[in-house]
Design a protein around this ligand. Structure first.
Ligand code: NAP
Length: 275
């Protein structure tokens, strides 16, 4: 059984990038996150970077109604704050904005110029103090994961959050197999290619076959791998419900072959794609 069972169980999460930027959108954003939670999508991904803490505040408002134990909250430290002391202060500030005592998963947003060993020590200290349950990284390529795993406690990293979508399948060549081998879960960010994928009419026939939408096919493709959790963002209640319903779609070999023809799998290692 994977050590990331709590992360992988919901199979899908809710992204929050761009939320918290505009006061006029706040009610819709809170409603969208609550719609997801009501449908059992209890994993929310946010970051201190998003709207300079605004997305964490929206998340805090959205989750305030719910039993904390039923939720899985992910947030991230900015690389510019990821010194040994800075990471601890950043986490405390995130917890305050979220209105909770403990984050389920705390990520380093991307590689920092601070020594990684210091960030890892800070993560371990936060875990000992009970401020985080687990930690991981984001935007790390294979060689960076290998560097991390060489550090004391580096193997405690349970997650790498990377850009992964039908339109960007490069991670399938080397990073995904490495992570499966090391029991590191993959959180797939920009799973809808920032809204471009749902407009790709080449996927319409597969969508129609499943009485689904193109967006749902893109998400179902990623969820087909049990070690991958996509985290689409939507501030719209009906699109959140649409995305949540993608969990019931099973693609067959014919669908997967057709998707391979439209979005060919990588044939060689490629640099990690980032947003
Ligand atoms: P995304 O989820 O691929 O796409 C979001 C866009 O798609 C929004 O414009 C949304 O519009 C639209 N959309 C959502 N559901 C849709 C549907 N069913 N049909 C049509 N359009 C739909 O892109 P993302 O927000 O950049 O990435 C997802 C999350 O990953 C972020 O929110 C963030 O939490 C995380 N992320 C992490 C990193 C990192 O460096 N670790 C980088 C980028 C993102 P509406 O809101 O209007 O529905």
């Amino acid at each position: 059984m994977s050590r990331n069972q709590a992360l992988l169980a919901p199979r899908l999460g809710l992204g929050t990038w761009k939320m918290g930027s505009s006061p006029g959108e706040r009610n819709a954003e809170v409603a969208a996150l609550r719609a997801g939670i009501e449908m059992g999508v209890n994993l929310i991904d946010t970051a201190e970077m998003y709207a300079s803490g605004g997305a964490e505040e929206v998340t805090g408002e959205a989750i305030s109604h719910y039993d904390r134990e039923s939720l899985y909250i992910v947030t991230k430290v900015l690389p510019s704050n990821a010194s040994r002391e800075g990471t601890i202060q950043a986490c405390e500030a995130s917890l305050k904005r979220l209105g909770i005592d403990q984050v389920d998963l705390y990520l380093l947003h991307w590689v920092s110029s601070y020594p990684l060993a210091g960030t890892v020590e800070a993560f371990e200290t936060l875990a000992e103090r009970g401020l985080i349950k687990s930690w991981g990284v984001s935007n790390f390529d294979v060689y960076e994961m290998q560097d991390l795993y060489r550090l004391d406690a580096g193997g405690n990293c349970g997650v790498n959050q990377v850009y992964y979508s039908l339109g960007q399948r490069g991670v399938e060549f080397d990073l995904l197999p490495w992570q499966v081998e090391h029991d590191v879960a993959t959180m797939a960010y920009c799973p809808l290619d920032k809204g471009r994928l749902p407009k790709d009419m080449r996927l319409l026939s597969i969508a129609e076959k499943h009485r689904a939408t193109i967006a749902q096919i893109g998400l179902a493709y990623l969820m087909q791998n049990p070690s991958v959790v996509p985290i689409p963002k939507s501030s719209n209640v009906s699109r959140v419900k649409e995305n949540a319903n993608a969990r019931s779609i099973r693609l067959d070999k014919e669908d997967l072959d057709q998707l391979d023809a439209i979005y060919p799998p990588p044939e060689r290692a490629m640099p990690l794609f980032t947003s």
